[in-house]
Design a protein around this ligand. Sequence first.
Ligand SMILES: Nc1ncnc2c1ncn2[C@@H]1O[C@H](COP(=O)(O)OP(=O)(O)OP(=O)(O)O)[C@@H](O)[C@H]1O
Ligand SMILES: [Mg+2]
Length: 510
Amino acid sequence: MPNSGLTSAPARAMGVPRTKRDDLELLVNSRNPIVTVETGEEPRFVELLERVAVDLGIPLYVWSVTTGLARTGGAALYNSDQPEQALANISTVQGDGIFLLKDFGRYCDNDRISRRLRDLADGFRTARRSIVILGAEIHLPAELAADAVEFQLGLPSVEELSSGVKATLAELNRSQGIASSLDAAGVAQLAKNLSGLPEEDALRVLRQCVLRRGRADAGLLDEVLEAKRQAMHTDGLLETVQREASFSDVAGLGKLREWIGKRKCALTPEGQRFGLVPPKGVLITGVQGCGKSLAARAVAGEWGYELARLDAGALYDKYVGESERRLRKALDVAQKLSPVVLWIDEIEKAFASAGSSGDADAGLSQRLLATLLTWMQDRESGVFLAATSNNITILPPEMLRKGRFDEIFFVDLPGAAARVDLFGLHIRKRGRDTASFDLAKLSIASEGFSGAEIEQVIVAGLYTAFSQKQQLTTEILLAEIQATQPLSVTRAEEITEIRTWAKSRAVAAD
Ligand SMILES: Nc1ncnc2c1ncn2[C@@H]1O[C@H](COP(=O)(O)OP(=O)(O)OP(=O)(O)O)[C@@H](O)[C@H]1O
Ligand SMILES: [Mg+2]
C-alpha cells in the first residue's frame, strides 16, 4: 500500500508543526478516492474525521454493517446495511462527500465488492469524494491497494493526551472523591509518562493507578510509568526495558563513554539555546562478548532516557506489507516515548539481506531498510538509536553512509587496564571485596579474554569455591583462566578479519 507521502508538506518547511488533522484534510482535499485507516482507536479517528468534514464543508456519511449508510445526523438509506448495496447507494449520492465505511476491509476480498469499489473510485477523482475504510487490520487485494492511500492516525500526542488526563482526574475526583494534588506541570508530565499508548489504554492505566494508590499525587508519575511499561510488553516488537545499566557498569570503552557523556546535554534548554544538534544514534560493532549490547543499554541509564528495545528478528511477517507496517508502528511508539534510547540489538538480523539481491528476503529487507532510513532522516529529536552489530560487513552500505549514524564504534578485546576493571567490576557485583584479589595478576593471565569470558571465569570460580567449601580466591580464578580457551584463540582468524575491516571504517571505542 503506498504511503501518503506527506512528510515534506510545505507547512513543515515553514516551521509550523503539521497535525494529523492537516494530514487528513490534505488527503481528502487532494482527491484520493480511497483512504484506508488502520487503527484500534475508532472513536478518536471518527472524531477527527468529523472535524475535518466540518472544516472542509463536505457532508460526511458513515456506514457500518449494523447501522447501514447514513449522513451524520440523518436516517439510514434503505437496505444499505448490505455492503454491496451500500456501495450502490454511494454511487447515487451527488456532489461532495466523505463516506466512512467501518470494518469494510473484510468485505473487499469479494470480487463484486472489489470491482464496485474500483468503479466508484474512478468516478470519484473529479470531485471531493472519498471513501474511507476504517478497521483494526486491513488487507486489501492488490488491485484495490493500488487505488488506495493509507492514512496513519498514529498514537495521540502528549497534548492530545493531556486533555484526556485532565478529564479523567476530574472525573475521579467527582465520582471517587480522590482530589488531585498535581499542578499543571505535574499533569503535563503525567500525560508525557503515558504517551506511547493508545488514548483509551493510557486513560485506563491512569484510572487503575489512581484507584490503586487512592491518591493523585507526585508518586503517581512513577507508578504510571511502570504500569505503561507493563501495558506495552504485549506488543512484542518493541518493548520498554528497565534501564538498570549505566557506564559505571562498563569497563573500558573510554572513547565511547566520553562521546556519550559529551552529548548528555543535547536536549537541555541550555544546550538547545547554544545550538547543539541532538545526536541521532551510534552503531556499535566489534568482537563478541566485549560489551556492545551492554554499552547500548548503558546510554539510557547515563542520560536518564527511557530505554526501548526493538526486536529486529521479530519484524518479519508472512503478509506482504505487514512487516513494514509493524516497523512503522513500532517507530511511532518509540517517537512517543521520547526522550528515549531505541536499542536495536544485532541490527544485521533484520536488514542484512537488503545488500544482497539474490536472497529471497532481499526485497522485504530493502523495504524495511527504506522505512528505517526515512525515519532516521525525518524524525524529530528525542530518539537516540543505539544499534549493535556483530557483523557489520554484511550490512547494506546505505546504512553505513556518513550522516546516518553519528558515529560507528568498534569494540575490541579489552586491554590490560580494562581487564583489571572487568575483574574488579564483576567481583564486586558478586559481593566480594576486590582488595583480597590480585587484579593485576588476573589481568595478565587473561590476555585475549573478552568481558563475557572474564565474567564467566568468575561465575565458574564461584562454583569451584563453593564445592570446595572455601572462599573465592585469586588462585581459583587463575585456574579457571587456564582451563578456558577464549574465542580470540579458537576463532583468531575471524577476529583479525573484523579488526582489519573496522580499522578504516570505525572509531575505536577504547
Ligand atoms: N566492557 C565490559 N564491561 C563490563 N562488563 C562486560 C563488558 N564486556 C562484557 N561484559 C559482560 O559480558 C556480558 C556480555 O556482554 P554483551 O552482551 O554486552 O557483549 P556483546 O558484545 O553484545 O556480545 P555479543 O556479540 O555476544 O552480542 C555483559 O552483560 C557483561 O556482564
Ligand atoms: Mg550483544
